[in-house]
Design a protein around this ligand. Structure first.
Ligand code: ADP
Ligand code: TMP
Length: 238
């Protein structure tokens, strides 16, 4: 695969222009990072798994009328998506305490939260993606009040759809991160990816981590764990 048409090379994916100005080709990478890229490793097989998992979830969303950028998978590690203007927010929704929430607020890891907590992080590597509130989003002109409302509404709908999906395969959705983008007509839809890189997924019975925390916490290999998530999805829904 050449880098011709490369628009952006991120930590987990490369984004390429295509003949259609409204369509991007996404190439998933066998790279895993933590600490904003300060820790980096190659994990053969992750790209194929994440491409399949995110395609699977976005296909499911289509059936539930949740709009996403996903068009189609075109190879084991590539998919086509609608090109959007990404809103530079990491929208995190938490159903149980974990990660930075547990650390910052001293809430026991795994403690279920009374209601889903939605947080905004400003997607800016040079600032280390700081947590921000609605006023910050408005004052920095990241999104309008109306767009914030849409993002929150969609975020909670996505959360409910993911809770249900993962529950079917014996997995508890602890938290996850999504990104949204704008079409030229101003409509907002789900972009980027939903994979074990961007979610915390705990086995319902054992609490085993089936996500990137196995890498962050150095407690195992991620490829077999991501494969387990894909196998459960495919075995349950096909
Ligand atoms: P990072 O930028 O955090 O290293 P990735 O390696 O996942 O992340 O890179 C993918 C990049 O592509 C991200 O910056 C993401 O915001 C962007 N992106 C995702 N979906 C779209 C889309 N539909 N249109 C344009 N850009 C997108
Ligand atoms: P956090 O507890 O580290 O803030 O992470 C919350 C959720 O967001 C977790 O599921 C991992 C995901 N996430 C990303 O996908 N990308 C990121 O850069 C960060 C910080 C978190």
């Amino acid at each position: 695969m050449t880098n011709s048409g490369l628009l952006y090379e991120g930590k987990a994916k490369k984004m390429f222009e295509t003949d259609d100005p409204n369509v991007l080709r996404v190439e998933y990478l066998d790279q895993v990072t933590a600490l904003n890229g300060a820790r980096k490793d190659i994990t053969t097989g992750k790209a194929i798994l994440n491409n399949q998992i995110t395609a699977f979830i976005f296909e499911q969303f289509k059936q539930k009328n949740i709009q996403t950028h996903f068009i189609k998978k075109i190879s084991k590690n590539e998919q086509l998506v609608e090109k959007l203007e990404i809103i530079p927010l990491e929208v995190v929704i938490r159903n149980s305490s974990a990660g930075s929430f547990a650390k910052r607020l001293a809430v026991l890891e795994g403690q279920p939260l009374e209601f889903p907590v939605l947080e905004f992080y400003y997607k800016d590597d040079s600032l280390n993606d700081p947590i921000i509130n609605d006023d910050h989003v408005k004052i920095l002109k990241i999104a309008t009040e109306q767009e914030i409302a849409t993002i929150k509404r969609e975020g909670h709908i996505i959360n409910q759809a993911l809770i249900t999906l993962f529950k079917e395969i014996g997995i508890r959705l602890i938290d996850f991160k999504v990104e949204f983008g704008r079409r030229k007509d101003g409509s907002i839809l789900l972009a980027d990816e939903i994979t074990p890189d961007t979610c915390r997924l705990w086995d319902e019975k054992t609490n085993a981590h089936l996500d990137k925390d196995v890498y962050r916490k150095n407690i195992g290999e991620i490829v077999p764990v991501y494969q387990e998530v894909l196998d459960r999805l495919e075995n349950t829904f096909y």
